[in-house]
Ligand binder design. Sequence first.
Ligand code: HAM
Length: 441
Amino acid sequence: MQPKALPGFRDFYPADLALRAHIFRTWRTVATRYGFEEYDGPPLEPLELYTAKSGEEIAGQLYSFTDKGGREVALRPEMTPTLARMVAARANGLRKPIRWFSIPQLFRYERQQRGRLREHFQLNCDLIGEPGPLGDAEIIALAVDALRALGLGSADFRVRLSDRRLLNRLLELLGLRGDQVGLAHQALDKIGRGESAGRQQALLDAGAPAHAIESLDSFRQLRNLSEVEARFPQAAQATAPLRATVTALDAMGLGGFVDLDLTIVRGLAYYTGTVFELFDAKAELRAICGGGRYDNLLQALGGVDLPALGFGMGDVVLAELLRDRGLIPGEASSIDVFLAGITEDDLPHVLALTHELRDAGLRAEYALSSQAVGKQLKLADSRRARLAIVIGPDDRARGEVMVKDLAGKAQSSIARDAVLGHVAGMVAGFTTEAQRTVPLW
Ligand code: HAM
């Protein structure tokens, strides 16, 4: 029996889960600010959902098997095909544009490397039914804001933006045709990662002109649309959608986060227009987020002609970046109030008040075995309680309990009848929403 989790799978100890909850809470807050509604789908899907349209890379990483009913199934490696299927099935009844988000756990049998595991969580935000460039700006703005809300700024991460429509026009102007276009996409993708030699040879072998391959190499120097138009005047029309998207992002005050980068192609096969990825500004880590427009996928998977675009933002690289920038929230207290009894006879009173406090929504705890008050208060400290209530025979005789502020060390006797309201007021005073642990599901 192997006592460890499988390679690429994580155990979430409470501190890890607190960070995950912080990321999820922030993602949900930002997505709902943009009017997005949450959905989910099954974690296990028919295999063909991914072999049909996702592309070779994902198909090669599937956790797939034959179930007991003889069906070929796979754990979901991404959310987009599920979303496309769900929307296509009810397309007529849904108000457009559809703004939906989800935070699925996804599974890919990836080669082990920094920032890539075999399971991860991914915020998916998708906008369906909007063909225009303002939709692209809205989706990119949402991705940027999801990171800004976690405390990251334009010196921490960058959006690298491209457009397959523009790229394909440039490739056409360079004289590339048919299969050469797909090979050129792969070569550009590798140029972006500094490992293009093999792909360039494949292009040469496919009959691509040598000057076109040299030009591809220089694409990464084109840093804005004016430079693209200056070099390829005949591509001016093809720059229009991206220009409109960038202009809208500028108007939102987010232009400073975005760089044109024609080496961003995206591995997934279904993208048809704008494509983008978010990276840490030092470009040391793998992508934090990737997305784009996929106007034909709903047609292919559900027979419904609806334009769509969106992104997936993973939790793995993001958590690394937050850690690197010191943006992990401090340890929140586990409980609000610790109750201690001085004598054995106080125990029923401790239990009764604990129960009242819990009913009132406060997080309350007490020692499960009888021990000296000093030891009980030590336990209160180790649980990071902000308040302690000490119940003893003398206070009880006066109809009072002792309330101690464990941070400020102040203490006062409070009437037993008034203690609930008193303690609730104190806790509300020093517990901010961000410090509280909100259940995830
Ligand atoms: P993707 O580029 O495959 O896109 O994944 C999006 C993000 O998920 C990546 O940038 C990365 O942060 C994270 N990610 C992917 N694989 C792993 C892994 N093995 N370990 C850790 N993190 C990972 C998609 O999945 C598209 N379906 C996104 C999309 C939604 N496009 C349109 N709508």
